[in-house]
Ligand binder design. Structure first.
Ligand code: GLN
Length: 477
């Protein structure tokens, strides 16, 4: 079986005839089937993946014979999985919800178009928490995803299937979405690299919306270099997403291994937080120490809003979710209750039967914080606090190149540990939500192994559109 290491090596192997795309896809299909127990894939797109593999093999042959690499895409033969909330034309997408069971996309997300244009191969759709709401992948209507490093432990969420597919070598790269940490937290729990771009860097067109002013699509990969390349390819202005940015798409690969010496701030309150696992703390401090030995400047700074991050995130995202999810009404999309007798009962019963418990909790919470009697006390106040967090984050990032925190307070936890207590589960996101509230880019990279055998992640945040710098520093860890 071909053993994938990096995209660059894969490209060389394909050009040198070590393997072919068709062989790689066939191997992936067998491998995914052999690891079915992990429940990472909801569906394998065997037919379209093999058809694309054939096409790319022909291109590789043609470019070899004419000796010009110009027609070959930068992702030729790269087998990529999609989180089940990213649309791929004529393929099913369900957001891991019963309400979208059987629904087929009418168009492809911009990120999918961009990947295919570079000759990538889309292998299937990956399990996640329903509508990307969760931190453990225990909220999928299609069952839990298991952590391949220890099957009694969660893989993290909501992009749990994406992280597991990469960690267990079921595909080479996966796309996830990150509203409050859903790429970085599962990456941290599975020993992979997870990157959330600056808000607006990557088009959200064709991403099933959770909280539109927070959502971003990003990669989960084995290496920082691969994350940089994928991000470079999926970034850019898109006429179909008015929040996408016209900021120039930089060459992130060229910025890697720059040798630059950076000024790095770590947040005192995060490192001293109650509930931070001492071994996680130690691993992060050790990494900072190594960076210091490498010539970077490391300083502790104060971030006074740590306790406001999770409440602000949950007030604002549930408000946006309650609005975004109103389109699932039993009429326009997906599931319609067979027990409905009139229009009102179609709405009520389809939504009651189609949505899972966590999604319903968030819709109700969001409706409450937006209701006329409580709007000022919750939603309007949440917006004000968002502004404070945003200003403070920008202030730190004008004095320092990066903000560092642990990616998560602990390592992956056992199934069921947090599921009875939503507040406990929500606190899993304490270090990741800041980047989404402020809109800045952030990456989680592995930085050690806990005595329980599970990986630990360190998070770096940078200023708006400084993804190049972020990949550069992360590649040093
Ligand atoms: N765990 C967070 C939540 O449940 C983050 C989700 C996400 O980023 N999609 O909302």
């Amino acid at each position: 079986m071909y053993s994938f290491s990096t995209i660059q090596k894969l490209q060389a192997d394909l050009k040198n005839g070590v393997t072919t795309c068709v062989d790689l896809v066939n191997q992936a299909i067998v491998n995914i089937e052999a690891n079915k127990e992990l429940n990472a894939f909801l569906e394998v797109f065997s037919v379209s993946a093999l058809a694309q593999a054939k096409l790319v093999d022909e291109k590789i042959k043609a470019t070899a014979s004419t000796n010009s690499a110009s027609k070959l895409g930068k992702l030729a033969g790269v087998i990529i999985g999609l989180k089940d909330n990213i649309c791929y034309k004529n393929h099913k997408v369900s957001a891991s919800s019963k309400i979208l069971q059987g629904f087929e996309s009418l168009y492809s997300a911009t990120v999918v178009e961009k990947l295919l244009a570079e000759d990538a191969i889309i292998i299937g759709r990956l399990n996640c928490d329903e509508f990307a709401m969760g931190s453990s992948n225990e909220n999928s209507a299609y069952g839990n995803v298991l952590n391949p490093l220890n099957k009694k432990f969660v893989p993290g969420g909501s992009s749990g299937g994406s992280a597991v597919a990469v960690a267990a070598n079921l595909c080479y790269v996966a796309l996830g979405s990150d509203t409050g940490g859903s790429i970085r937290q599962p990456a941290s729990f599975t020993g992979t690299v997870g990157f959330k771009p600056t808000y607006g860097r990557v088009s959200r067109y064709g991403l099933i919306a959770y909280a539109s002013s927070f959502d971003q699509i990003g990669p989960i990969t084995k290496t920082v270099e691969d994350a940089a390349l994928i991000t470079q390819i999926i970034s850019g202005l898109d006429g179909n997403d008015n929040t996408s940015s016209s900021h120039n798409v930089e060459n992130y690969i060229e910025q890697l291994h720059s040798g630059k010496k950076y000024k790095i701030a770590y947040l005192k309150e995060c490192v001293e937080a109650d509930g931070l696992d001492p071994e996680v703390k130690q691993a992060v401090l050790n990494t900072l120490n190594t960076l210091k030995e490498n010539g970077h400047t490391i300083e502790a700074v104060s971030f006074p809003y740590l306790d406001f991050l999770v409440p602000t995130y949950y007030v604002l995202t549930t408000a946006e979710a309650s609005s975004n999810l109103s389109r699932f009404d039993g009429i326009h999309y997906g599931y319609r209750s067979p027990n409905a007798t009139d229009l009102e009962s179609t709405y009520k019963k389809s939504r009651s039967e189609g949505f899972g418990a966590e999604v319903k909790r968030r819709i109700m919470l969001g409706t409450f914080v937006l209701s006329s009697g409580y709007y000022d006390a919750y939603y309007a106040k949440g917006q004000k606090v968002r502004n404070l967090i945003h200003t403070k984050t920008k202030e730190i990032l004008s004095a320092y190149d990066f903000i560092v925190t642990p990616s998560t307070p602990g390592t992956a936890f056992e199934f069921g540990k947090n599921s009875a207590d939503p507040i406990k589960m929500y606190l899993e996101d304490i270090f990741t939500v800041q980047a989404n509230i402020a809109g800045v880019p952030a990456i989680s990279v592995p930085c050690g192994i806990h005595s329980n055998g599970l990986p630990i992640g360190i998070q770096f945040m940078a200023n708006y559109f400084e993804e190049g710098k972020l990949f550069d520093v992360a590649s040093e860890v």
